[in-house]
Design a protein around this ligand. Structure first.
Ligand SMILES: [Zn+2]
Length: 95
């Protein structure tokens, strides 16, 4: 009684493969494919925008150590946040 109380589809709506799925879900292969493509897009776009951000921070870098540390930390935070945002948006686009 795995899907007790819910509707069961017998075909993945994305790849049309015959599998038993809960209503409104896609198969595990499609989920993995979407996740992989979204992660790749996230890495690419976050990497490119981080290069631009790092160049700007390098040009505008203050000469004291505190400014350098904060600049480097902001570049790292920028990469992480932009990766997460792009991955989430790409997941929506690819699904
Ligand atoms: Zn599928």
């Amino acid at each position: 009684m795995r899907f007790a109380g819910g509707l069961i589809e017998h075909e993945c709506p994305r790849c049309h493969k015959e599998v038993a799925l809960a209503f409104g879900t896609i198969c595990s292969e499609c989920s993995a494919s979407i996740e992989k493509r979204a992660a790749r897009a996230g890495r690419l776009i976050a990497g490119l925008s981080t290069i631009v951000m790092a160049a700007y921070v390098l040009v505008q870098m203050p000469s004291d150590n505190t400014g350098r540390i904060i600049g480097a930390a902001s570049v790292a935070v920028w990469y992480m946040l932009s990766y997460l945002v792009v991955k989430r948006v790409a997941r929506l686009i690819y699904s």
